[in-house]
Design a protein around this ligand. Structure first.
Ligand code: GTP
Ligand code: MG
Length: 485
């Protein structure tokens, strides 16, 4: 996502980095490169022209704040203008109104409407605690109904058993009646793909919208981000025909250029509400212009990372693990849960990119797949261990190791390596825990009671305070024990 643009921008900044003052001469080259980068990202040339002019004016006009170097100030101006171009703050659809709220999902063929309908249902159910009815209203392709029902089942959402012989507007009306009976908050109506130039089909979708107009429906267009300016043009046509309330850019995971995301709001006035970033049901993100601007400029997006991590592990489970760790108990099962949590966040590359400056660091590191493969291998080995072994790996004798090796399709050496690594981790965990318990000279706030900030976050109670200093069982000091520093 935005990879190429990001690289080109960072490269363009070299002309202003380290300069004591921003002048017409030294930003000339930078602005030229910025302009080329945006055009290559498939941003409309008029938008590019305006963007570059504004950035130039601001960069030359602005007084350099004390303590900030001109290069940093230039990046800040770029950030603000990029965020502005993409629409400033995220506006999620308005859910603060009485049910039933209809959401009509429209767009060209094969753009990801059905997939998005499922993703949105899951998101609104899990994050907004809404009850949803999914409505298949693609009367041209019967398989589309099955596709939506399969998705509905996979996410545990109810669907409406539409009669595909009916006009989509009647399906929508029936579904709304049913939703009211079932006390649902929201209906999501998945419609057939249609070309914006097909007059008959555009007429049909107008009729659907008119039929439910009294309920003030959200009308979301799903557009493939990879099609760049074409997506912008399609959004314009649909907006003129049926007045959209938002756009969803799909297949952002495959779009390295980003032209549609950058200029759609600017050109059409319709806000981008969500981005679809994969085929799985959890691959949906809110469109946050300011955060995306940060990602493009390799300033990181820690907020999104924290939000992704939230809710991954139940509070009860987190407390149980914490208690066990306090007792110096860290099991293979705990380790597996932590690995799964990380995998659920996405690929290592996508997680690291959300940290400031990591985009460039990763370029130097190169391929992250060996680390990912290593994690996969460890998971396979763990899944071949019995429950007892996972609770206490020390009971594993040679025969156990042999069994796990053949069960996981790895080798005895691999299992032994894993156990050795785990032993190392367990040791480290023990040392860290005794460090928290005993307090560490020179590290304020880490004395008794653990880290004070831990309880402050929403959803996490204060970690139970830990008892006073504990004598290490072996008498040895771990790598971070007292006296090491
Ligand atoms: N990589 C990627 N693939 C996606 C995304 N969204 C949808 N797809 C894939 O795109 C293909 C089409 O998706 P659908 O949801 O069936 O598209 P549609 O707009 O409902 O298609 P029609 O109903 O035929 O017009 C499927 O193979 C999806 O798995 C996405 O965000 N990323
Ligand atoms: Mg479909």
């Amino acid at each position: 996502m935005f990879d190429t643009l990001s690289d080109k921008f960072i490269d363009a900044f070299r002309h202003v980095r380290g300069k004591s003052k921003i002048s017409e001469e030294n930003i000339e080259e930078t602005l030229k490169d910025v302009r080329t980068a945006l055009l290559e990202a498939d941003v409309n040339f008029k938008v590019v022209k305006e963007f570059v002019n504004v950035v130039k004016e601001k960069a030359l006009g602005e007084k350099v704040a004390r303590g900030v170097n001109p290069g940093e100030q230039f990046v800040k101006i770029m950030h603000d203008e990029l965020a502005h171009m993409m629409g400033e703050a995220n506006e999620e659809i308005n859910l603060n109104r009485p049910p039933v709220i209809p959401i009509l999902v429209v767009g060209l063929n094969g753009q990801g409407k059905t997939t998005f309908s499922g993703k949105l249902a899951r998101h609104l159910m899990e994050k907004k605690k809404k009850s949803i009815l999914l409505v298949p209203a693609d009367t041209f392709r019967p398989a589309a109904k099955d596709q939506l029902i399969t998705l509905a089942k996979s996410i545990g959402v109810e669907w409406f058993d539409s009669d595909l012989k009916m006009h989509p507007k009647d399906i929508a009306l029936r579904a709304l009646e049913e939703a009211a009976k079932l006390h649902k908050d929201i209906v999501i109506i998945d419609t057939a793909g249609r070309l914006h130039v097909d007059a008959d089909l555009m007429e049909q979708i107008k009729e659907v919208k008119q039929a439910i107009a009294a309920l003030n429906p959200e009308v979301l267009l799903v557009a493939d981000a990879m099609t760049g300016q074409e997506a912008v043009n399609v959004a314009k046509s649909f907006h003129e025909a049926i007045t959209l309330t938002g756009v969803v850019l799909s297949k952002m995971d495959s779009d390295a250029r980003g032209g549609a995301a950058l200029s759609l709001k600017y050109v059409t006035g319709v806000p981008i509400r969500y981005i679809s970033t994969g085929e799985k049901m959890q691959d949906l993100e809110l469109f946050h212009p300011d955060r995306l601007a940060k990602r493009i400029l390799d300033m990181g997006d820690v907020l999104s990372l924290v939000e992704k991590a939230e809710g991954m592990m139940e509070e009860k489970e987190a407390l149980r693990m914490m208690k066990n760790m306090e007792r110096g108990k860290f099991t293979v099962d705990d380790f597996l849960k932590q690995m799964n949590m990380i995998s659920n966040l996405g690929s290592m590359g996508s997680i690291l990119k959300m940290l400031p400056g990591m985009g460039q660091v990763m370029k130097q590191v190169g391929d992250l797949s060996p680390a990912e493969n290593e994690m996969k291998k460890m998971k396979v080995i763990i899944s071949s261990m019995t429950k007892k072994e996972r609770e206490d790996y020390k009971i594993m004798k040679e025969s156990h190791i042999k069994r796990v090796a053949s069960g996981s399709g790895t080798s005895i050496q691999s299992v032994q390596d894993f156990l050795a690594k785990f032993r190392q981790m367990e040791k480290m965990m023990g040392s860290m825990m005794s460090m928290f318990k005993g307090g560490m000279p020179g590290f304020p706030g880490m004395g008794d009671g653990g880290m004070p900030e831990m309880g402050a976050r929403k959803g996490f109670r204060q970690a139970p305070s830990m008892p006073g200093p504990k004598k290490s069982g072996t008498g040895k000091r771990g790598p971070w024990g007292k006296g090491y520093f």
